[in-house]
Design a protein around this ligand. Structure first.
Ligand code: ZN
Length: 86
């Protein structure tokens, strides 16, 4: 499954459509669509902290995290506020 995901990503980058990807990997268009959806979701779930840029992984079905910790969230908004004052 992971290999197929990688192949789909590669073909998508080349500009292949769902049908062409399906034909190339001999899977159904429905499967390609499902895999693409999964890839997009993973991209959303894997982000970087807006403050310290460390990697964060959000939990599927929950709100996408923007900060790795409360401390970073606090620092970020604090710095933003300070920057706005000058
Ligand atoms: Zn952070």
């Amino acid at each position: 499954m992971e290999t197929i995901k990688r192949e789909v990503t590669k073909l998508k980058k080349t500009g292949y459509g769902f049908v062409k990807i399906a034909k190339t990997l001999s899977i159904s268009v429905k499967e390609v669509r499902a895999i693409c959806k999964e890839i997009d979701e993973e991209k959303l779930l894997n982000g970087n902290c807006k403050n310290c840029n460390s990697k964060i992984t959000s939990v599927r079905g929950k709100k996408i995290k923007q900060f790795c910790s409360d401390r970073c969230r606090w620092d970020y908004w604090n710095n933003k506020q300070k920057a706005g004052r000058y």
